[in-house]
Design a binder for this molecule. Structure first.
Ligand code: SF4
Length: 698
């Protein structure tokens, strides 16, 4: 820590971890980032969590990829572990020309045999270029990214019922609310700076209603804590809405002015009495009634949700309920009101906005719409491409197994760790006859790669990212990439050229300018403006408007301007506990680690704080198993078995085990269920049947 004179440069940028999008200042000395400080961005006002403040030194880790690599002809079989100690057995260094020629050569002219996974860790410009490579280069829409694994079901429900997949209000709007629901989210761990605003809200008297099958730190700040049975979201939410209907607490004026299908919703809710639903969700009828009255009685109320809502086979139904609850009480579009799915990755909002999904072109414009496709092909100067929705993440890997997809381009994602039933995903990657991986480290996915393209970390690139609040922010480079590593946009452009695409960008600013041609959401937001102001929220109504924190006060972007109620039924999880697998497995993140751990486990402070794979169980469950905290457990599901260290945690229900997914040595996704929600196609990471036994100490 020092003042300006202690550093060679200080560069303002955006934290690369979660969707809160905290603005940071990178302090550089002698070619190294020495220190990171929070600055006054709209989402963080100078605050940072432990990841943002201390999690940056992975960018200087000696595991960084610095040269393009090509698999050796005499390499051992694909799938064996490649690590910094043995990579020469598998790969040889190559020039950029050789590596790019080989990368493109294994894809060129193969049409539907090629698919791509882009990244929510890349910038908006890089995400846009990635989807353009697949659509323009191969003529189809088989391109997706990790939104499929986090909030795809929330987006499906929001698009269906509100007409927009983004939040209706920033999380900071909670300061104008008097009631807020936080459901299926653990903000103190996963959106820590947003959580500080939630705590302040509670401190000044706001009623914080926390709903989560697992206890959590916000419980201490809550007016109501509903620790409901896992998977019982719809029964609980429908019961709350039943009370609002029964007691006439809904906002008829709002419903009449701004919604449709109310009568169907109202009739549907009649059967969901608190008494009946209490047996399913485990929350008392009195509590359900009190929550209904509290929420409906609010002057201004917000609903926040996370992946506890979305990562279920009924994730879309869960979100439909939350949308209905907000609509029936008129809690959208006003100060202190709104719907806010807390987005996970730093740029999952932006990557989705930029069209890195199989069903939408940029700005959620349908690939099935002829006019939309022709608007893009005109800008791109290319032929029409498929009008069929493309395949999603899990569908692409199934298509590899079926032999329909044989070549993949994976940029900044790690499906060999992140996908459900990961052995199935790894088997699919092993079956590919050509895999190009673009990344900053030897991730588990490079075990299957033919070509590895060394890319840049956030501190080494220019580009915009969009946080959970719809705030488009400018990321600036503090350093050059190490060795021969390159910025991702440059790699994409060079690859596109070798695929025969006539691209001519001189930098991300050119890409952003092209994006604006067909993305109305970026109206009044220019690269120059972002360089000057660092952040603009979309929609921005004029070149001087900082953007609208609240939207849909005067109607919704649906055909008739009305939001829709879509009734939701109770659907059981795909796999319920039985005699063989009697407990419930749920997975998630920990404060100190990010996703598959490739960055944070190489960040010295974070790794020191959480060095070991672990799972958490209620102390009474551990006692029954005869295992002390710190002892080893064997977890087995229908997909596989892992051994992992046990922690004792009263927040976990006695019939549950919570397992973080950042640790390759006990990979949670060996166990998870690949069953997906039929609408969002999101896997059920939050519920699987598991057998838990005492294991031998390692
Ligand atoms: Fe980074 Fe999220 Fe922490 Fe902010 S809250 S510092 S964006 S990880």
């Amino acid at each position: 820590v020092g003042d300006s004179k202690d550093f060679d440069s200080e560069v303002d940028s955006v934290c690369p971890f979660c969707g809160v999008g905290c603005q940071i200042s990178l302090k550089v000395k002698d070619g190294n980032v020495k220190y990171v400080d929070g600055i006054n961005g709209p989402a963080n006002e100078g605050r940072l969590c432990v990841k943002g403040r201390f999690g940056f030194d992975y960018i200087h880790h000696d595991h960084r990829l610095t040269k393009p690599l090509i698999r050796r002809d005499d390499a051992p079989a694909k799938g064996l572990n490649v690590d910094p100690g043995n990579w020469q057995e598998f790969f040889r260094e190559a020039t950029w020309d050789e590596a790019l020629d080989m990368a493109a050569g294994g894809m060129k002219g193969r049409g539907r045999e090629v698919a791509g996974f882009g990244s929510a860790k890349c910038t908006n410009e890089e995400a846009y270029l990635f989807q353009k490579i697949i659509r323009q280069g191969f003529g189809h829409n088989n391109v997706d990214h990790c939104t499929r694994l986090c909030h795809a079901s929330s987006v499906a429900a929001l698009m269906e019922n509100v007409g927009s997949g983004a939040v209706t209000a920033t999380f900071n709007e909670i300061e104008n609310a008097d009631v807020a629901i936080v459901i299926g989210a653990n903000p103190t761990e996963n959106h820590p700076v947003a959580a500080t605003y939630f705590k302040q809200f509670a401190k000044r008297g706001g009623k914080l209603i926390v709903m989560d099958p697992r206890g959590q730190a916000l419980k201490r700040h809550s007016s109501h804590m509903l620790q409901f049975r896992p998977g019982a979201d719809v029964s609980m939410l429908n019961a709350i809405m039943h009370v609002i209907v029964e007691e006439g607490l809904y906002d008829q004026q709002y419903i009449d002015a701004y919604t449709e299908n109310w009568e169907a919703e109202k009739a549907h809710l009649a059967g969901f009495t608190p008494e009946k639903m209490s047996e399913i969700c485990g929350i008392s009828p009195e509590m359900l009634r009190d929550v209904a009255r509290t929420f409906a009685g609010a002057k201004a109320a917000m609903i926040f949700w996370g992946m506890g809502v979305s990562q279920h086979i009924h994730g879309t139904d869960n979100s439909r309920c939350l949308i209905s609850l907000a609509l029936m009480t008129g809690q959208v579009g006003r100060l202190g009101s709104g719907l806010h799915p807390l987005r996970g990755q730093n740029n999952v909002q932006g990557a989705s906005d930029a069209g890195l999904v199989p069903m939408f072109l940029p700005d959620y414009q349908s690939v099935m719409d002829d006019g939309v496709r022709s608007a893009f092909t005109e800008v791109w100067g290319s032929e029409d491409f498929s009008n069929e929705k493309g395949l999603t993440v899990t569908e692409i890997l199934d298509a590899v197994h079926a032999g329909d997809i044989k070549s993949m381009y994976i940029l900044g994602e790690n499906p060999a760790m992140s996908d459900p039933d990961v052995e199935h995903a790894r088997d699919a990657l092993a079956k590919l006859d050509h895999l190009v991986v673009q990344d900053i480290f030897l991730t588990e996915t490079v075990n299957f790669a033919d070509v590895i393209l060394p890319a840049s970390a956030f501190a080494e690139k220019s580009g915009t990212v969009t946080n959970t609040n719809r705030q488009v922010q400018m990321g600036r480079p503090a350093l050059p990439p190490p060795g021969d590593a390159k910025e991702d946009w440059w790699i994409e452009v060079e690859l596109a050229k070798r695929l025969g695409l006539d691209w001519n960008y001189s930098g991300p600013a050119d890409v952003f300018a092209e994006m604006k041609l067909n993305m109305g959401s970026l109206n009044n937001i220019s690269w120059d403006r972002l360089e000057r102001e660092s952040v603009v929220t979309y929609p921005s109504l004029s070149p001087t408007d900082p953007g609208q924190p609240i939207v849909f006060g005067d109607g919704f972007p649906r055909a008739d301007g009305r939001a829709k109620f879509t009734p939701a039924n109770v659907i059981a999880p795909d796999e319920v506990p039985d005699a063989e697998y009697p407990m419930i497995l749920t997975t998630g993140r920990q404060l100190e680690h990010w996703h598959t751990g490739s960055m944070t486990r190489r960040a010295s402070v974070l790794d020191a704080l959480q060095p070991e794979a672990n799972c958490s169980l209620h102390p009474s469950t551990l006692r029954k198993l005869g295992v002390e905290p710190g002892g080893m457990l064997r977890l087995t599901t229908r997909r596989g078995t892992i051994n992992v260290m046990a922690r004792s945690d009263r927040a976990v229900a006695p019939d549950m085990v919570f397992l973080p997914f950042a640790y390759v040595e006990a990979a949670a996704n060996i166990l998870t269920n690949p069953a997906v929600d039929p609408f969002g196609k999101i896997p059920e990471f939050k519920f699987a049947a598991v057998r838990v036994e005492k294991a031998d100490q390692p």
